[in-house]
Design a protein around this ligand. Structure first.
Ligand SMILES: [Zn+2]
Length: 458
């Protein structure tokens, strides 16, 4: 009897262990199954370590950007298109983690928890992107040797029509690709539009203006501060490029007066400034097609008044993320609401069955009235300072910014939107400074928008 009891207990323990292991496996399968399926040793997806079970990726104009031919991933025949779109589509080796083929691999390969990576046809799924590779090429050429990024979206629909990151590389050029893999070309695998943060510089004056307009009402427009090539805060000097004398919001914005905006931040206080920075997306994570962007940040807790003043003009420790900024300027252009930017229109199975279409949400960031007032300030800045003629027949509103990055090198930023009904585009351009001085972000924006007009207004 004793022996039978002992055996029964042993069986119970074994059964219990079995159940525990089963539970652990199911839980791990649910959370990690996709990663297991995409191990490079899975011959269903990878051939010689390269992802081949993805179908064809097209741009919005019907150009094939990448496809699988004879078990090999191949790219567009034009070297410029390959360079200008690689960060968006992603590479077969998985170095560009934010590229569509890597970030959306389960949708493209057809992974499901029930069927794994099994598809009836054995072919991967196809995707149509929202980007136009010709606009991407124009933006890439405009950036030239500068590192940086350009992002352009339709602020009424959320479609990203251009997304470029430099430096870039040609994936079909064996020598160049080897150099890229060895790190000789810098951080070429990073999509700066999604994964970078930059000091916003004067583009942050949009945030300080939003805080002033909503907090002070009409007084935001009549409050004046004195600028004598800058201002003095607690015995420390904060410089301005001009001597704007007694200056109010509209002219301070168009001429980017540092004395006005640093003093305005001090008038509004840290709580209000933090509240509006966060309303406009700072300290938050933005997503594009489910891919998380780098977080922007605004933090003035415990900072001295002089540093808080610097924060009001986009310096101090402020960091913007280009995707966050694209949402911000889209909201300003679109009556306070932005439509979540996306780059994948649709995914279809190889038999043509529609598997996915984008359904972006609208997100309210600002009151309609505040958005309109900010749009007016950006309109006036282009009219009063940048020169509307810079953009030819396009009615562009915007704000420039620069940020020193050491050794007298400056990053150049330009953010804004087109007022034209026929071309409702919002844009963010960052041109990083280099030994040659760096490109002007405004000129990059103009060249990109002219290409967009040519491609999209037909
Ligand atoms: Zn000034």
């Amino acid at each position: 009897m004793k022996r039978i009891n002992f055996r029964a207990n042993v069986i119970r323990v074994i059964l219990l262990l079995f159940l525990i292991l089963c539970t652990v496996f199911i839980v791990r399968y649910a959370s990690l199954g996709e990663d297991w399926a995409f191990y490079e040793t899975n011959g269903h997806i990878y051939t010689s370590g390269k992802m081949t079970e993805v179908g064809t990726i097209w741009d919005r104009d019907g150009r094939v950007l990448s496809e699988t031919k004879d078990q090999k991933r191949v790219y567009n025949s034009d070297s410029n298109i390959r360079r200008a779109t690689i960060h968006t589509i992603g590479d077969h080796d998985g170095f560009i983690s934010t590229g569509v083929v890597n970030a959306l691999r389960s949708k493209l390969v057809g992974y499901s928890e029930i069927n794994g990576v099994y598809t009836y046809s054995g072919k991967g799924n196809n995707a149509v992107l929202t980007i136009d590779s010709a606009i991407n090429v124009a933006a890439m050429k405009a950036l030239g040797n500068s590192s940086g990024c350009v992002g352009v979206c339709n602020y009424k629909t959320g479609e990203v029509v251009c997304m470029v990151s430099t430096p870039t590389y040609d994936i079909e050029n064996v020598k160049e690709y080897e150099k890229a893999k060895n790190g000789q070309l810098g951080s070429v695998f990073m999509n700066r539009f999604i994964s970078s943060t930059y000091t916003p510089g004067s583009t942050f004056k949009i945030v300080t203006s939003a805080a002033a307009i909503e907090t002070l009402g009409d007084e935001a427009y009549t409050t004046d501060f004195n600028c004598n090539y800058g201002t003095v805060i607690e015995n420390e000097r904060l410089n301005c490029l001009g001597k704007h004398k007694s200056v109010t919001l509209k002219r301070a914005f168009s001429h980017s007066c540092n004395a006005f905006f640093s003093n305005m931040a001090l008038t509004l206080g840290k709580t209000t400034m933090t509240k509006y920075a966060e309303k406009l997306g700072f300290n938050d994570t933005f997503y594009i097609d489910g891919i998380a962007a780098a977080r922007s940040s605004y933090s003035v807790k415990g900072s001295r008044n002089i540093d808080f003043g610097w924060s009001g003009i986009g310096q101090h420790t402020n960091l913007m993320n280009p995707l966050q900024y694209l949402c911000m300027v889209s909201a300003i252009a679109n009556g306070g609401e932005y439509v979540e930017p996306y780059m994948v229109y649709s995914i279809t199975a190889s038999n043509g069955k529609l598997l996915y279409t984008a359904s972006p949400k609208k997100v309210r960031m600002l009151k309609t009235d505040t958005a309109q007032r900010l749009a007016e300030l950006m309109d006036y800045a282009a009219l009063d300072n940048y020169g509307k003629a810079t953009f030819g027949t396009l009615d562009v509103c915007g704000k420039t910014g620069t940020a020193e990055v050491g050794n007298k090198m400056e990053n150049s930023l330009f953010v804004g939107f087109c007022k034209d009904e026929s071309l409702p585009l919002a844009f963010v351009v960052v041109a990083e400074g280099n030994e040659q001085g760096g490109k002007s972000a405004m000129s990059v924006a103009n060249k990109t928008l002219q290409a967009a007009k040519k491609q999209l207004v037909k």
